[in-house]
Write a protein that binds this ligand. Sequence first.
Ligand code: FES
Length: 603
Amino acid sequence: MTRATVTVFPDCAPVEVRVGDNLFQCLTALEHSVPTECGGQGICGKCRVQVLKGETEITDVERSWLTPDELEQGMRLACRQTVRGDMWVALPEGVEVDHSAKLRGFEDLTDFPADTGIEKRLVALPARPGEGVRSWAGLLPGEPASGPSVLRALARATATGARELTAVTRDGSVVALEEGDTRGIGAVLAVDIGTTTIAAYLVDPGGAGVVATAACANSQRRWGSDVLSRIALAAEDEDHLTQMQRSVRDDINQLILEVTKLAGVPRERIYRVTLVGNATMEHLFLGVDPRSLGMAPYSPVTSSLAEFPPSAVRLALPDSARAAFAPGVSGYVGADSVAGMLAADMDVRPELTLLIDVGTNGETMLGSSAGILCGSNAAGPAFEGARIGQGMRASKGAIERVSIDDDVRLGVIGNVPPRGICGSGLIDAVAAMLNAGVLEPTGRIADPGECPAPLRDRVLPGESGNSFVLATSDQAMAGHPVMLTQKDIREVQLAAGAIAAGRKSLCHSRGVHESDLERVMIAGAFGSYIDPGAAIRIGLLPNVPLERVHSVGNAAGYGACMMALSREAEERAARLAESAEYVEFGSDPRFQDLFVECMEFPT
Ligand code: FES
């Protein structure tokens, strides 16, 4: 078998690979974060790399995604390239996303009333068990939990002459024995497994709140950015399922290492772990074939609370920790949404609340303590920068703010020349274009002659409609303009229209008007960055007074922390998952009409 080397710039040593291997597969196997939405199927155009040295053959797919100039400079789509010999490859700058794990929008859980069921009691060990005590185990403040680990720890302590132990009990059983007095040391862990980002929160049940957070990209991205690609790959080959399970587990174990280091809490002192995520993430994490989520009626294998010992999924935690995946409502309203509803107190507060998580799947929840309706629809990934010609994630060089008066003003992440546009920039840009009269409510980009004079030069006519230049080639990083095409605007209409139609469908079902909404909560990292006024302008959010709109950051992470801290919160989540009514938008006869109606931007 012929071998060759691939060297990834700027600073990686050459790595040996097989000639004939796919370049995308090689790079992802080497743990490089190559942008992708299609998992290497050649349909997203995101896996751009620059081949600095080495033989390549340009494919038709690459010609359709890359300009002649880019091809000339060696830009290629990694998934369309085969390793033919030694190669030098440069990855695009700034592909890393802001994987901040901050719980924006909520308090920090300080003084949250913990109710973990965990107690720590000091045990004094005499030289001998003494009168009336038949064994050393009789000195413990409860029965040892099943399994020999507590007995082994006890034997070790007696053999070494230890005089003081701390017994950790859960619901009366001793689940761990720790040497010395460790009563002040302990934590619970919450993990939010997002399709894109995984976040971990270490929380002190003693009242100090969140003591450490860490987050990383979900390494499963190499199998595609959306759940459907991952479901398809897992269904196609059991190896893929195993690899995806291993990949998410490795990510979480790395995060456990980071949060425990940051907080100075040994991982043996984590006693309770709550995981949340959408149903696909749950199935892949548990190693359960997710194919039933990919076909009607999209039923999950499980949606109830799943408890397991950490060793069953090879989490780097002792089995004395009680681990559980939170319950979900349905295949497309998962445990993360339930955690979000819990965080928003939708089950206990009387105000009519709309909670939206804008992602590839727009999960929408509407209700109050009087009952909750929820639904989900494929909003498309436009607001994550996907399917937008120059769309990108919120990383360095992404346009994140746009305003237009007699000129176009841009805010760019990292204060560098722009190289693309992320979701919040997209919403701003479309809202500003509508206000400036460059964009019609139908979504058509006006002709130059129909636009205000100072903006006319920015409209470029093309065969499939006009484009609007946000950053000229002089201003942009790559030397060619950053613009929104007519097709990009259509993608925004599809995404915003789907979310708006879902919301309106729920309002119809509940018999309320959008103006009745007392709280509009937008969850997810993305929600923290968007301008609510612009989101209302394009119809993504309902037209309610701005003071009713709240960006609540990672509501799912917060809800997971609540469940990790409290059995009562976990029971609330179980009741919520059970009682929330799932509305299948596909079977709502009004939905299609609402969708068509919502495709137009508000006037
Ligand atoms: S086109 Fe290559 S990963 Fe999507």
